[in-house]
Design a protein around this ligand. Structure first.
Ligand SMILES: CC(C)(COP(=O)(O)OP(=O)(O)OC[C@H]1O[C@@H](n2cnc3c(N)ncnc32)[C@H](O)[C@@H]1OP(=O)(O)O)[C@@H](O)C(=O)NCCC(=O)NCCS
Length: 137
């Protein structure tokens, strides 16, 4: 299994597993161009995971983790952590990473273990709300 910089040859593979991991409401995926910090997890040429980074639109937090996903059969082997760490090593010193996720996301402990801090909670009434996580070197 390799972590490689995302480029156009991975696009079809990412789309394929993307639709098996996220539901149809996440169609905004097609609306942005991932930045060169984006990475893919590849096994024998087949995409098994991705971390897609976009330029931030949130105050001065420079890079947003737009999507992080690992195919089901590869989970709990540290691959998401590896994808996150690769991005952390590539972004310039003192740049920051952020992401937003649902308050009931099973991925919350993953971000906490990887040094992200929850800096904001927005309540959606009786739903679980949205959390903003932040990391900087
Ligand atoms: C979240 C996700 C990328 C984690 O990938 P992974 O390669 O299994 O992650 P790692 O092996 O590096 O770390 C495992 C940690 O992920 C978390 N995790 C475990 N199962 C999970 C699940 N079903 N969904 C989300 N997170 C999970 C746990 O904190 C786990 O740590 P633990 O083993 O100490 O309990 C993967 O489960 C996934 O693609 N989930 C669906 C998409 C998603 O939820 N993306 C994040 C949106 S905010």
């Amino acid at each position: 299994m390799q972590v490689l910089p995302y480029n156009e040859i991975h696009m079809a593979g990412v789309k394929e597993i993307f639709t098996s991991i996220f539901d149809d409401s996440e169609t905004q995926y097609v609306d942005f161009q991932p930045t060169p910090f984006s990475q893919v997890l590849v096994d024998s040429g087949i995409v098994k995971g991705f971390i897609l980074i976009r330029n931030s639109t949130y105050v001065n937090f420079l890079h947003e983790i737009a999507y992080l996903g690992v195919s089901e059969e590869c989970r709990n082997q540290g691959y998401a952590t590896k994808l996150i760490n690769t991005v952390k090593e590539l972004i310039p010193m003192y740049d920051s990473l952020w992401l937003r996720c649902c308050g009931d996301s099973l991925a919350i402990p993953l971000y906490e273990k990887n040094g992200f801090r929850n800096i904001k909670f927005v309540s959606y009434g009786n739903e679980s709300g949205a959390l903003t996580f932040f990391w900087s070197s």
